[in-house]
Structures are given as structure tokens and as C-alpha cells.
Design a protein around this ligand. Sequence first.
Ligand SMILES: Cc1ncc(COP(=O)(O)O)c(C=O)c1O
Length: 405
Amino acid sequence: MSINNKKTFSLESIVRPNILTLKPYRCARDDYSSGILLDANENSFGVILPKNDDKLFKENGETLTLGIENLNRYPDPNQVNIKERLVEFRKVPNIDYFFLGVGSDECIDLIIRIFCIPGKDKILITPPTYGMYSVCANINDVNIIKVNLDVEDGKFQLKTDEILNVIKEQKNIKIIFLCSPGNPTGTALSHESIKILLEDENYNGVVVIDEAYIDFVEEEKNKNGSLVKWVTEYPNLIIMQTLSKSFGLAGIRLGVSIANPNIIQLMNNTKAPYNISALTSHVTYTALSQQNILKMKSIKQQIRSEHNKLISSIKKISGIGKILGGNDANFILVQILDKNDQNIVSNDRAHQVYKELAENHGIVVRYRGNEIGCEGCLRITVGTPKENEILLKNLSELLEGDKKI
Ligand SMILES: Cc1ncc(COP(=O)(O)O)c(C=O)c1O
């Protein structure tokens, strides 16, 4: 059968021009999908839930059945049970402050669609930052204004004055996306600088703070911790969190937005009716029991301890430059130095190491050398003790062994 029964049809002529020019979002997983996976900042220690399947939905002696026999029914469109647990966990007044999305990625897209008129409005991002803000803006034909973080000496903090100037000049900025702790910087942003943006008289848009890694911030450093407590004070603040990182549940795709109920209502009005599947909903509800939250916190402590060990060991490898950024997340950002001149960082060598690790040693990390302030850098997720040991052994062979590259 001919595949061209309608000769006059031209796909390209009917697709929105900005969609036609899109390049698919690429991650290390597109090229390498197996081995020791230290590229996507997942929780290497695994799911925080009990491993034994038949115990998956048991808690405190109460059995929560998965309810396969009920899967002919649509799930709860409002996910009230989950939100009630979130109220307690995140200390927010009531469930009207929560929106649940298919990962934070759905929240990013919805927020852009709600506030930005395609072809007219703009978002502001602060590179180096998470790539999906730009991807979603491009899909929605929304312009992107960039004000880089202060990258000097790996500070990775906001250049507040510069942002204020840009906001004053450019009238159509509707959303400022901040990432705290940052990806790929691993650094939490100063609360004072965020406050300045939230209170700026010239800005009539929302400030989104992506707190995907917030549970990894050290307890004592709570001054850099979550800003969820501000959502009752600022009607222009949206916080995004996710179960993909600290809870080890990237596979279920559950993102949370927390904001003033007026914004949450708009998000609920815009989402697909049953966006959270019954399966995801069951796992999320279980993960948010008090017992499992304690488990998450204990695994977070193990990750923090591995994080510190990884940094002190990796520093000793000659060929590794500075460890950039902070330790507020579950990954590190390391510079790779030139093979012949240890005074300069090398993008080429960093990329070679990335490829060599993946192709010949089964270890997948993320090359970040093309991001502003990250020249010559690899971003490496903290793995299990065993995985980190293998990583360190292979890295030192590649960088300082007899056959160094
Ligand atoms: C800063 C940041 N936000 C959001 C996400 C994605 O979250 P989710 O899995 O909930 O879509 C990531 C994933 O790497 C991330 O680094």
C-alpha cells in the first residue's frame, strides 16, 4: 500500500514553526542507558519503600491494597489523600496550597502555559540551570531572557541587581525560574536575594523556586532550606518539589507545586483531568507515611555522608581540578584538567573522560562543560559506596594511570 495517498499533504506547512525547529531534549541516557548510572541525580540508594513487593503498601499494620481490581475506574482527580499527607509533611495550612503534576516537568509546562502568551511574553532564567525551563518555553513559543548566576569562584548565586535592571527594562517577563539548590551547581540560593525579587515593585510576574533537591540540604543549614513557609506571605511565589530525588521515586513521575490557592486553582483548571495515575497515587501515598518519611531522612544522611567521602577522595586524583558549587544536593560538579597542563581546565578531556567512562567502563556521568561557569566539568551523582569506589578507581586510572587519556 502506498504511504502517500494524499499527495497535497505537507506536514511542514501545518506544524507551528517553533515546534518544527525544536531539537529533542537530550540527556546522557539517550546515549548510554545501562551500567552504573550517575548521570541523572536519581537516588542511587534506591526506592525508600520496603523492597518486598507484598509489603509495598503495608504500613503500621494497616494493609493498603494496590487495588488492581479497581483500575477500571479513573483515579481521584484531586488526589486529596496525598495532599493531606503533604500538608503535614511540608507544614502548609491546607490542601488548597498543593498541585500535583506528572513530575515537576509537567508543573513547569503548565506554569508557562498559564502565564505566558506565546510569541509575546518571556521567562527569565539564571544559567547554569536546569534545562527544562528553556525546553518548555521553546515548546510554548515563549522568549527566554538569561541573567547568568555569579559564576566567579563557583559561587553560583543570583546577580540580583542585574536581574532587577532587566525586569525594569523588559516589561513582558512573567516568570522568573530559580533553582535552589541549583542543578548543576548543587548550591542553595540566598534567601535574601530571592526576597528582593519577590518584593520588587517593578516586577509583575511570579517567582518559581525549583526545590527538586531541597531534602538533601543539611538540617543545620536550614537557613538555606525550603521556602515553602513563604507561600502564605507571597501571592507571587510558586515552589516546586518532586518525589524523583530524595524519595527515590523518579519512575512514578510525581511533582508537587506549592503556592497561594489562587495560583493552584489556575493550575488545576489547566491540567488534564486525571493526570496522576492510580498506580502513582498509591505509591506516593505510601511514600508519604511518617514511617517512610523517616526512612527518606535516614537515606539522605547516608547520601550526605557518601557525598563528603566522594569529594575528599576525588580531590586527591591528579587531573581533577576544583570541585565547583556547593554540597546542598546529591551530586558533585568537578573540573577535569588538561592532560599536559594542570593549570587549565579542559572541555575536550572532560568529554573524553565522559565517553570513555560510559563506553569502556560502564559508568554514566553527565558532561556539563558547555554550561556557563562549568567549563571542563562533569556532573556526577553520588552513588552507593560500591558504585563510588568503582567510579574513583576508574577515574584515577583514566586521569593518572599508565594509560591516562
Ligand atoms: C532542578 C530539577 N528540577 C526538576 C527535575 C525533574 O523533576 P521531575 O522528575 O519531578 O520531573 C530535575 C531532574 O533532574 C531537576 O534537576
